[in-house]
Design a protein around this ligand. Structure first.
Ligand code: SF4
Length: 311
């Protein structure tokens, strides 16, 4: 696939005022967002000729940013693909149902608002005080698949970013006993669609800055009154604390997710430990079982977003 996904834009004329500095920073941010989304699209072959992509809009900063950047990508992409923005109005009390249709209409993008009262179903079935998210998201998933079918979309784009992926990885490790993250691309559980996460390489702090700059009409996500998953909150705080103490750690951990060495983990389903034998052949990449460990990763440079930090 051509590298036209990643646009080499001309650096704007240098001005000196405070506004000019903000303008330059914003331009750099926009370039970075487009570059990272373009890179993820290429690395995982997320978008192909003729795709019709349903972009799932929650009204949060991430989904606005995703739509915005995908529309920019569509202009410069070496292939043709279609975008349909979809929002599911779950009838949460106080949901401002005019905001997204107005925004999407003004944007001129094809869109669909699906209205289904899952809120009442969840309220009826989950006892007071228990978290509603798992039933709610299961219902939402089923509805979104049926909407994608109705709109003849073959892919669904979700607005999860790098920090969501890291959080999920640690949640699975700490609470689920699994080395498992959130995939940038997967087949939907009913086997019918491909689900993509074009913001996979994007840091949340960049999406926050971009949302502030673009002044998206953000809809709060707490309308349902559900408590955020406590474990996710804990992990989010832990990652933010680490990043504060050791700047660059999030990037390094994220790079690690792209450099998996199954032979150096302990899953015998992933690596055939039982048949490990002496080969008599020297292996430059083999384990240096008796050597001191060296954590400088020279082979990692060049991976998206890598920053080597000295601890
Ligand atoms: S926070 Fe509310 S709307 Fe979101 S998944 Fe949980 S119950 Fe559903």
């Amino acid at each position: 696939m051509s590298a036209v996904w990643i646009d080499e834009e001309v650096t704007p004329v240098v001005k000196d005022s405070k506004e000019a500095k903000i303008e330059r920073e914003t331009h750099k941010l926009e370039k970075r967002l487009c570059r990272q989304v373009g890179q993820a699209i290429m690395d995982f072959n997320m978008i192909e000729e003729g795709d019709r992509i349903m972009v799932c809009m929650s009204g949060g900063k991430d989904s606005y940013g995703m739509l915005d950047i995908l529309l920019k990508m569509q202009q410069r992409a070496p292939i043709n693909f279609e975008i349909v923005a979809v929002n599911l109005d779950q009838k949460q009390p106080g949901f401002p149902d005019h905001i997204l249709p107005e925004y999407l209409k003004n944007l001129g993008v094809e869109y669909h608002i699906e209205t289904q009262d899952t809120y009442s179903i969840v309220k009826r079935n989950i006892p007071e005080g228990k978290t509603m998210c798992s039933l709610c998201s299961r219902l939402r998933r089923g509805i979104l698949y049926s909407v994608a079918r109705k709109l003849k979309c073959n892919k669904l784009a979700l607005g999860h970013h790098r920090d969501d992926m890291l959080q999920t990885f640690f949640l699975n490790m700490f609470f689920g006993g699994k080395l498992k993250g959130m995939p940038p691309k997967l087949t939907s559980d009913n086997g019918e669609f491909v689900v993509i996460r074009p913001l996979a390489y994007v840091a949340e702090k960049d999406l926050i800055r971009w949302a502030t700059h673009r002044q998206y009409p953000i809809i709060p996500c707490t309308l349902c009154g559900s408590q955020q998953n406590l474990q996710r909150v804990q992990i989010g705080n832990m990652l933010r604390e680490w990043e504060k103490q050791y700047p660059g750690r999030a990037e390094t951990m994220f790079t690690a997710l792209q450099n998996v060495v199954p032979s150096h983990l302990m899953d015998h389903q992933q690596h055939d430990f039982k048949n490990v034998r002496a080969t008599g052949v020297e292996d430059a990449d083999g384990d240096k079982a008796f050597d001191a460990e060296d954590f400088t990763p020279p082979a990692l440079t060049g991976l998206p977003g890598l920053q080597v930090v000295t601890l």
